[in-house]
Write a protein that binds this ligand. Structure first.
Ligand code: SF4
Length: 715
């Protein structure tokens, strides 16, 4: 038996795994006892990884060779890699010649490894000359990026998992960590058991499993987080719990914010958020007066039309109380995907460049152009996820290249996304699994390797970079994602008349070495972090040339990543939801994860045992809302928003407030049927959701749509 150390491909905890294999097959997986993210633990998803790599599932679910469709509506036919990539290069070169480079869009994924991301970012911005590259991480953490940059000056989570062990107060907001980050949650449970004096506050409209260990639960009305955080700051100021000396030494902008929160009185906050005044007072006291307060937050703050303001308002609380830059304290955004962080590091988003550089900054563009050896990086802002599919639906983007993600299920407002996929002249889908909804729209399907086969690096929520190592050969004719990008780029360069290649890589390590050189002198400097060092152990960044260790937490010297070294308060003003509930759509629908499923279920959905926890989609609502509509558990209902309608069984859940409803995000068209508002067949939870987004982060409000729920009468 061979043992290979690698990393779990599911969530941002980034657990280390040991893959057991024999004769070219994965036979088992166990937690890596030496990995600092999990010390040997795995959750239900991680501990069943080996089963998802079985030969039977590979045969049934994987895309094993390139496939090309002659005409839309025809079945795709197998082609060779050479033919597939030549076809892609000819078609995209033709579209660029006719319509310019901005007629092409790349939509990639937080499941890609850092090396894959780097190649595709350079391909779009360096070779093709378009900033139209964005990622499904836009749907999960771009508000956290914007929040960190606005306040602390850099997209760098300042805390680490070990801080859970030192915190006196844990403030968990918009995160069901018990299900979404299970191994981290086990650590929270253990810390709580060891130190019963630790206070845990959970902020969430829905009472989830995470609330089970809370000393205080704040079930706020959906979308009112900014009002809550401003109100807590109002109380802290009134009670004298802010740290005036620390604010004076280390921050700017407090006076403007004080003016805003003056109006956020406990009476107003209690009324808007639907909370008790005494609970607000308790939360403010525990947060401000604890020796160390650590906030853990996730999609409840990020997936919002006020996502950036929510992030900034929470960070304001840390700055006002000096709860940052010391063990057990800080605002710690949890990433949903295994390598959302790596994508941020290489700048694989429409508004970013390598090593946390900004596309809008001319000096940053010049630095990256020099690094890549290209005349310039285009200055026109790229299209972010929602904008990209809207542009394709409007006929402005004519070629879509989709890598390792499933927008025909996961993007909000599916009617628009599917119109985009149908209208685009050329859709390339680079995928490991043949079963995703997006594959049905592809003109060209390119088989990619996946967990167990891939080789490279990922970065988890605490800035820790881990190696991903192969234990198996590639399935069928699948190629690594970075390799597909390089092989395509070489062909495109030839058609563009380039003599020297921008993509001289033969290994993921050679991509990594260029990426780490791009970080020299930046906040995330990893110039000292070679593959050889990563072979020995995962490391946290920054890790500059000559360093012997990464940094567990940031800003311990009180200097932030801004020009003057001071953190900036943001004057956060509460704004209501993009689509508040109203008389015709009287329910607030929120979406979220299940414990045992992952994203669109392309991997977890292959295992029957992972349906044991929740076997089918349901819409959950308060028992009184069920009774008022004469509904019983299992009754079928129509759930209808302004964009579409689905049919789903109802289920009572006392964890939800009145007029609130919840459906898990994973269920696609195989499980949920329905139609758009114009009657076109449409399915899955995102038939309902809105693409309204935060103006700063462009992250859509997947956490809230106004819906009506009506009993589906049998004819
Ligand atoms: Fe994988 Fe996340 Fe579970 Fe760890 S907690 S085993 S990274 S899914």
């Amino acid at each position: 038996m061979t043992e290979t150390k690698s990393t779990c491909p599911y969530c941002g905890v980034g657990c280390g795994v040991v893959i057991e294999s024999q004769a070219g097959q994965v036979t088992g997986v166990r937690g890596d006892p030496d990995h600092p993210a999990n010390f040997g633990r795995l959750c239900t998803k991680g501990s069943t990884l080996h089963l998802t790599a079985s030969p039977a599932i590979t045969r049934q679910a994987r895309l094993l060779q390139p496939m090309q469709r002659g005409q839309r509506g025809e079945a795709p036919q197998p082609v060779s890699w050479d033919a597939a990539l030549d076809h892609a290069a000819d078609t995209i070169a033709g579209i660029v010649a006719r319509h310019g480079p901005d007629a092409v869009g790349f939509y990639v994924s937080g499941q890609l490894l850092t090396e894959d991301y780097y190649v595709f970012n350079k391909l779009a911005k360096g070779l093709l000359g378009t900033n139209n590259i964005d990622t499904n991480s836009r749907l999960c953490m771009s508000s956290a990026v914007a929040g960190y940059k606005l306040t602390l000056g850099a997209d760098a989570p300042p805390a680490c998992y070990e801080d859970v062990d030192h915190a006196g107060c844990l403030f968990i907001a918009g995160s069901n960590a018990a299900w979404a980050h299970p191994v981290l949650y086990r650590r929270i449970e253990e810390a709580r058991a060891r130190r019963p004096q630790m206070k845990v506050i959970v902020v969430d409209p829905r009472r989830t499993d995470t609330a089970e260990l809370a000393d205080l639960v704040l079930p706020l009305q959906p979308g009112t987080d900014v009002m809550l955080f401003n109100g807590l700051l109002h109380i802290m100021l009134w009670e004298g719990w802010t740290d005036a000396g620390w604010i004076e030494r280390h921050t700017t902008g407090f006076d403007a914010l004080k003016g805003t929160v003056r109006d956020c009185t406990p009476d107003l906050v209690a009324q808007v958020c639907g909370l008790r005044k005494e609970d607000l007072l308790t939360a403010a006291r525990w947060f401000a007066t604890s020796d160390a307060t650590l906030s853990l937050y996730c999609q409840g703050l990020n997936q919002s039309s006020s996502g950036t303001a929510k992030n900034a308002a929470l960070i304001n609380l840390h700055l006002a109380t000096g709860q940052i830059g010391k063990p057990g304290a800080g605002p710690f955004s949890l990433t949903g995907q295994p390598n959302a962080m790596g994508g941020r590091e290489v700048g694989g988003l429409a508004n970013l460049l390598s090593a946390h550089r900004d596309l809008a900054n001319p000096q940053h563009r010049a630095e990256v152009a020099a690094l890549w050896g290209v005349p310039a990086v285009p200055d026109k802002p790229g299209r972010t996820a929602v904008e990209m599919f809207q542009a394709a639906a409007d006929g402005e983007i004519r070629a879509l290249w989709i890598a390792c993600t499933n927008p025909a299920q996961s993007m909000p407002d599916q009617a628009t996304v599917r119109r985009a996929l149908e209208r685009a002249e050329f859709v390339v889908v680079q995928e490991a699994f043949a079963t995703t909804s997006t594959c049905a729209f592809a003109d060209l399907l390119l088989p990619a390797t996946t967990w167990g086969e891939k080789d490279g690096t990922v970065t988890n929520s605490e800035r820790r970079i881990s190696r991903v190592r192969p234990a198996l050969p590639a399935a069928g004719a699948a190629r690594h994602d970075w390799r597909i990008g390089v092989d395509f780029a070489h062909r495109l360069e030839a058609r563009m008349g380039r003599t020297a290649t921008l993509f001289p890589y033969e290994t993921p390590e050679s991509v990594w070495n260029e990426h780490r050189e791009s970080t020299r002198g930046r906040d995330l400097d990893i110039t000292g972090l070679s593959y050889a060092l990563l072979e020995a152990a995962p490391r946290q960044w920054p890790f500059a040339d000559g360093a012997t260790a990464g940094r567990a937490r940031l800003y311990e010297d009180g200097r932030f990543a801004t020009a003057d070294g001071k953190a900036r308060f943001v004057d956060t003003v509460y704004k209501p939801l993009a689509e508040p509930r109203e008389s015709r759509y009287p329910f607030s629908l929120t979406t979220g994860r299940l414990r045992d499923q992952w994203h669109g279920m392309s991997r977890t959905g292959t295992l029957g045992r992972l349906f044991g926890h929740v076997p089918e989609p349901v819409v959950q609502m308060h028992p009184q809302d069920m009774a008022r509509r004469q509904l019983r558990d299992g009754d079928l209902v129509y759930v209808t928003s302004k964009r579409g309608s689905i049919v789903v069984p109802a289920q009572a859940d006392t964890g939800l407030g009145l007029s609130q409803a919840f459906i898990a995000m994973h269920w696609g068209e195989e499980y949920l049927s329905g139609c758009s508002s114009t009657g076109t067949p449409l399915a899955g939870i995102n038939a309902l959701t809105t693409s309204a987004y935060c103006p700063q982060s462009k992250q859509p409000e997947l956490k809230h749509a106004a819906v009506k729920i009506l009993k589906a009468e049998l004819p």
